[in-house]
Design a protein around this ligand. Structure first.
Ligand SMILES: [Zn+2]
Length: 307
């Protein structure tokens, strides 16, 4: 029996470092040697996070177990719309000649959208071992390491973090690196999942004997070895202040990274045995709430590096 009620004072919030955290639930992890992930909500900043200590090597092994080509193919449509909108927004903020670094650039889809928009000086950072952009002539430079040490200081006008901050084991280290590599006044642009009203309902559901399993299935789709934390506007503001940024704009919008049917297939059919024939129907039934303001799941933040 999982005790969902007690306070775990020994765990630090991954986002703000706060020590007062409420245990939400355990979720199963099949991607690395840590079998059970302990999910918490920070009582200070409201972030929801995986409290287990996960080392870089274990993370790299988990990512290596994924079929990245299939993943990128499935998210391509949703990503294309998001990326072209972001590229247009950045053009207005920084101009096409800006030196831009995309941290966590992956297969390069966002960088190609930036190039299509007219940006000419594009670089990328990725962790070793992951698939990276291989479009000839796209990148000025590709940096690869775990700790950002290879990145030059004060060398970029724009740093982008598109759906990256939920993956990093130490958000503060990533933002400190972003601030270091930006020139004063440079633009930080990021998209990352945030805790929604629907999440908070599900946190309550996790504690109900009859519906707890449904709440835990929901949590498994929200935090995992890949998504180590979901932020809140408060925690993002705190991080910006702490790491030398001034927020220009921060809003939360409904933005599903996957088609809804993929969520249902992965979390209810593959993991919970829902008959595959029911996937379209369940996705249809979930659609109104998944696309509502209750599920404003993506934080979009624009900030400038303080001088
Ligand atoms: Zn916190």
């Amino acid at each position: 029996m999982i005790d969902n009620s007690k306070e775990f004072s020994g765990v630090r919030c991954r986002v703000c470092g706060g020590g007062g955290n409420s245990h939400l639930c355990q979720t199963f992890n099949e991607h690395s040697q840590t079998r059970w992930l302990e999910n918490y909500r920070c009582n200070d900043c409201g972030s929801v996070f995986v409290g287990n200590q996960i080392q870089d090597r274990e993370l790299a092994e988990a990512y290596a177990s994924l079929d990245e080509a299939a993943y990128y193919a499935e998210v391509a449509d949703a990503s294309a719309k998001k990326f072209s909108g972001a590229a247009r927004e950045l053009a207005g903020l920084a101009g096409f000649s800006a030196d831009l670094l995309d941290i966590g650039g992956g297969d390069g889809a966002f960088l190609r959208a930036l190039r299509a928009q007219g940006f000419s000086s594009l670089s990328m950072h990725e962790i070793p071992g992951s698939k990276i952009a291989d479009t000839p002539g796209l990148l000025r430079r590709c940096y690869r390491d775990f700790d950002y040490a290879t990145l030059p200081s004060s060398a970029f006008d724009v740093v982008t973090l598109m759906d990256v901050m939920e993956h990093v084991p130490d958000p503060g280290a990533t933002l400190a690196a972003a601030r270091r590599v930006l020139r004063p006044g440079g633009v930080l642009y990021l998209h990352t999942p945030v805790v929604t009203r629907l999440d908070r309902v599900m946190h309550a559901v996790q504690k109900l004997p009859a519906l707890g399993a449904a709440g835990r299935t929901w949590q498994r789709a929200r935090t995992s070895i890949f998504h180590l934390q979901n932020y809140t506007p408060r925690s993002l503001s705190l991080l910006m202040q702490r790491h030398g940024f001034e927020i220009v704009r921060l809003d939360c919008r409904n933005e599903l990274s996957w088609p809804l049917e993929r969520y249902v297939r992965v979390y209810l059919a593959e993991k919970k045995g829902l008959p595959k024939s029911l996937i379209p129907i369940v996705a249809f039934l979930l659609s109104p709430i998944a696309r509502s303001g209750m599920n404003a799941n993506k934080g979009v933040l624009i900030a400038r590096a303080r001088g």
